[in-house]
Design a protein around this ligand. Structure first.
Ligand code: HEC
Ligand code: HEC
Length: 195
């Protein structure tokens, strides 16, 4: 490739590539999962951009499947709700807006920093999710409830369209298959397999 492309062109290409990869998601790795265990099925959802974009390890919500930083310089703000003038719910309503492309669900806000998953692998996410010092002091049954009932979690399976009217990608398995995997994994003791 270096032989074919003039220096200037090549530089442009690699510069734009590295920009994207700075925020490239961890989901691409998990898409290749072959083992069909409940753990792996569940983690195909938890590592997906629809979840991880709202569970950043920094203070910036992410957007899209390249997980780019949220437009308008949106930041965590007080209590994860954004800053007063730019509260998340100023734009994000309780349901998706098909005209403006703003996604919505009840209680739209950023996951607290202790629940940051972006950049972690599926084993690390599972450990963090079970850790009561990080997960909002949730027991297993409270986690099951959250994972299968919470409006922000379920939004991922009905994520609406983006600003260009293009449907957002859903997690790779159905909501029913995901819920069954969550229940099966917890019933079997919520064991995080060896990496
Ligand atoms: C719009 C933002 C948003 C989206 C999208 C979102 N979450 Fe969350 N998540 C939150 C917030 C906010 C909390 C904290 C809620 C609380 O503690 O009451 C949270 C907490 C959690 C928790 C409990 C804390 C922990 O670390 O165990 C789990 C589990 C969770 N989310 C899973 C998911 C999954 C799975 C998805 C995708 C299918 C998802 N979330 C999508 C915002 C989001
Ligand atoms: C000024 C309006 C506005 C505010 C305020 C705002 N958002 Fe957004 N948000 C948008 C729009 C518009 C989109 C859709 C962008 C697109 O997909 O084309 C979006 C998309 C998102 C997404 C992308 C979902 C995905 O998986 O692609 C997340 C996550 C998100 N916002 C979280 C937040 C959080 C958390 C806050 C508060 C800290 C917030 N937003 C505040 C307008 C806003």
């Amino acid at each position: 490739m270096t032989l074919l492309v003039a220096g200037g062109t090549l530089m442009t290409i690699s510069a734009s590539r590295s920009k994207v990869s700075d925020y490239s998601s961890i989901a691409s790795a998990s898409k290749a999962i072959s083992e069909d265990t409940p753990f792996n099925k569940m983690m195909q959802v938890l590592t997906h951009e629809r979840c991880v974009n709202c569970h950043p390890t920094d203070n910036i919500p992410k957007q899209g499947n390249d997980s780019h930083p949220h437009y308008f310089g949106m930041m965590r703000g007080e209590e994860n709700l954004g800053f007063a003038a730019t509260k998340c719910t100023t734009c994000h309503q309780t349901e998706n807006n098909a005209y403006s492309g703003v996604p919505g669900a009840p209680h739209w806000s950023l996951a607290p920093k202790s629940m940051g998953w972006q950049g972690l692998n599926k084993y690390e996410i599972a450990e963090a999710m079970l850790d009561k010092t990080k997960n909002g002091n949730r027991s297993h049954s409270e986690l099951i409830h959250h994972l299968t009932q919470d409006s922000l979690v379920l939004w991922a399976f009905e994520p609406g369209v983006d600003q260009e009217g293009i449907p957002r990608e859903k997690p790779p398995i159905s909501e029913a298959a995901y819920k069954a995997a969550v229940l099966a994994w917890f019933e079997n003791g919520a064991v995080v397999p060896e990496e």
